[in-house]
Design a protein around this ligand. Structure first.
Ligand SMILES: Nc1ncnc2c1ncn2[C@@H]1O[C@H](COP(=O)(O)OP(=O)(O)OP(=O)(O)O)[C@@H](O)[C@H]1O
Ligand SMILES: [Mg+2]
Length: 604
């Protein structure tokens, strides 16, 4: 020991032991080198340190002893960082005490080396996922509980092996618990698959439910079983409607809340259709007596949308605006205001008798949004300009939402006997790609909170590959407040999810783009090759227990090799992820082989 400065310790190597390998108990073992480990003995306690660097110094008074060999002139000094200690043969992370200058250092014995690489707790079950990249290629097992009861982050540049790693760990889990009914019943796994990589029939495992969503086909050509089952109650949820309507303006949310309350109130009446028609009549009466031209015409537009069911027919041909006295009057007639009879004779008023509620819930909700908007604007409770964009947004998204959500049946999201669901978003448009994952995450998390309150053995793992699609900090296309709202949802799951048995697995090419609050609160990390400096900073800054040797190696990791760091690995290690033997079980993400493609084309 030469110096001790906190956890950083400098150690001098015995001059007789400066060879690259040494003999110990009849076996050659590797001598210490950067990246390796040493044990420091202080009395009865044994500390474990990682070698982060080395340098040499020369002996100054060397000339005074002419009998020594020049080899002895050199002092080899190691920079060590203390990682933890051995307590009754068990490795513990952290620093409880620091070494003294005259303490001696030792190479680790095989059992000690194995012990610090043992990532499976005494009461946990192992899955084998890879091998140590350096040292002796020893297999790496991870504890099922410490891995899957945690938030996991998988980061790396494109093609570095993230999707493969994700598939590998979940495949091993499903292999282990195959035919285990308690597992199938209590643990739910939900994959949001932006590019259709997990939607292969046998990817991960064959026994799963895949929702192959599409917005490209006509609604009549889409199978109900390919849509996500959603109950009417789910759809009339305030949060969900706000998400779908992009309602972030301060006034939009309360407005939607009022409209949905009204919806539920009318639904609860004895004859809700009659009730609604009466309201329409009332609104038409009030509107046609208004003295504000712009407002009146806006409200007539809205009323027409409802009673016409979106058809663009003019329903007020029999009346016109009297500019002089500012009110409606019969077309080409007197300047008098409309009588009750004249109002009742308008096509608009008459058309109400043929009105029926739309069959799909969303269209119905939109009618209630309009009736609320008419009421609010009439009574100056809301400004049309503030609210209308949200209603229009919902309206414009309605058809696409109907293509991906099925509100008609009552099938469960997780079919009986299946606890792995994949939502394939490869074939949906950008709007749905952005809103649906949030909508589903919110719904699943809300339900999980309730379920967990009743049965604490139920868990939910929400798995999002290509998470930058929805979690990125910088997206210029959308409003600031909406972005915050979206991030909050996931930040809440990250912060509170554990208490409700909800765990997030996210994978991304650009960790620097994802909110630091999310990155820093993940429990376990699989770090693949990252080259961009901002990405490297993002992971180094937030992962406190990443040592320098590991951090420095991230840009040079080969495909399929990653650093495991976090709560489950007492020390960060470089792991080569094991192969998924059958191609059909791999994610559909193979880097295309151009030569192969071209030669095939040629043959045609
Ligand atoms: N452990 C591994 N063993 C063998 N092949 C691997 C391994 N990991 C990845 N590969 C191969 O490397 C290629 C890229 O892997 P993968 O699709 O997982 O990368 P990715 O990081 O998810 O990329 P992207 O960000 O573009 O989605 C694939 O062809 C995959 O089969
Ligand atoms: Mg991928």
């Amino acid at each position: 020991m030469v110096s001790v400065e906190g956890q950083a310790v400098k150690v001098k190597v015995d001059k007789g032991k400066n060879t690259s390998s040494i003999l110990y108990k009849g076996q050659t073992i590797q001598n210490i080198a950067v990246g390796g480990y040493i044990k420091i003995k202080k009395g009865f306690s044994e500390m474990i340190g990682k070698i982060e660097g080395e340098f040499i110094t020369e002996e100054k008074d060397f000339s005074k002893s002419p009998y020594k060999s020049t080899k002895d002139k050199i002092n080899r000094i190691l920079n060590i960082k203390i990682l933890g200690f051995l307590e009754r043969g068990v490795f513990q992370r952290g620093v409880r005490e620091l070494p003294l200058l005259d303490n001696n250092c030792f190479l680790l014995q095989k059992e000690e080396f194995d012990e610090i690489h043992n990532f499976v707790g005494a009461d946990d079950e192992p899955i084998e996922v890879g091998t140590l990249e350096y040292d002796d290629g020893q297999k790496i097992e991870l504890g099922v509980n410490s891995l899957f009861a945690s938030h996991i982050g998988i980061f790396g540049n494109t093609g570095s092996g993230k999707s493969y790693t994700l598939t590998k760990i979940y495949r091993e889990l499903f292999k282990k618990f195959k035919n285990n009914l308690t597992f199938t019943e209590n643990a739910k796994f939900f994959i949001i698959d932006f590019n259709g990589e997990y939607s292969g029939a046998n990817t991960i495992v064959p026994n799963k439910k895949i929702y192959n969503l599409t917005t490209r086909k006509a609604i009549s050509q889409i199978n109900a079983s390919d849509k996500i089952p959603f109950s009417e109650n789910d759809l009339t949820d305030l949060e969900l409607i706000c998400i779908m309507a992009d309602a972030t303006e301060k006034t939009q949310r309360p407005f939607i809340s009022r409209a949905l309350k009204y919806y539920k109130k009318v639904e609860a009446t004895h004859d809700s259709l009659e009730y609604f028609k009466n309201i329409l009549h009332q609104r038409i009466r009030a509107t046609l007596k208004m003295s504000n031209k712009d407002k009146a015409y806006t409200l007539i537009d809205y009323l027409s949308i409802i009673v016409n069911n979106d058809d663009n027919k003019n329903l007020i041909e029999s009346i016109e605006w009297n500019n002089k006295n500012q009110h409606f009057m019969p077309r080409g007639g007197t300047s008098k205001e409309l009588t009750n009879e004249e109002i009742e004779n308008t096509e608009l008023f008459q058309a109400v008798s043929n009105y029926t509620f739309p069959i799909d819930v969303l269209s119905k909700v939109i009618h209630f949004l309009y009736i609320q908007l008419i009421y609010d604007v009439y009574n100056d409770k809301a400004q049309n300009d503030h609210i209308a964009p949200a209603v229009n947004k919902l309206k414009s998204k309605k058809d696409d939402i109907r293509k991906v959500l099925n509100t008609e049946g009552s099938q469960p999201l997780f079919p009986y006997g299946q606890n792995l669901v994949v939502v394939n978003l490869n074939d949906v448009n950008l709007e749905i790609k952005k809103t649906l994952p949030l909508l589903l995450s919110k719904k699943l998390y809300a339900e999980q909170k309730v379920t967990f309150g009743q049965q604490r053995n139920k868990s939910l793992n929400l798995i999002i590959d290509e998470a930058h699609n929805i979690l990125s900090k910088e997206s210029f296309r959308e409003a600031e407040s909406w972005k915050d709202y979206r991030l909050e949802t996931f930040e809440e799951i990250i912060k509170e999810g554990r208490k409700f048995g909800t765990f997030l697995t996210i994978s991304s090419q650009r960790p620097s783009d994802i909110s630091p609050t999310i990155i820093s609160q993940l429990h376990n990390y699989f770090l693949h090759r990252l080259i961009n400096n901002n990405d490297l900073l993002a992971v180094e800054k937030t992962i406190a227990y990443l040592d320098k040797v590991s951090a420095d190696s991230i840009p040079n990791l080969s495909t399929g090799t990653c650093i495991i760091a976090g709560l489950l690995a007492q020390i960060p290690v470089v792991m080569k992820v094991n192969k998924i033997t059958q191609k059909e079980n791999q994610p559909i993400s193979q880097t295309i082989n151009l030569l192969e493609k071209w030669s095939k084309e040629k043959q045609k």
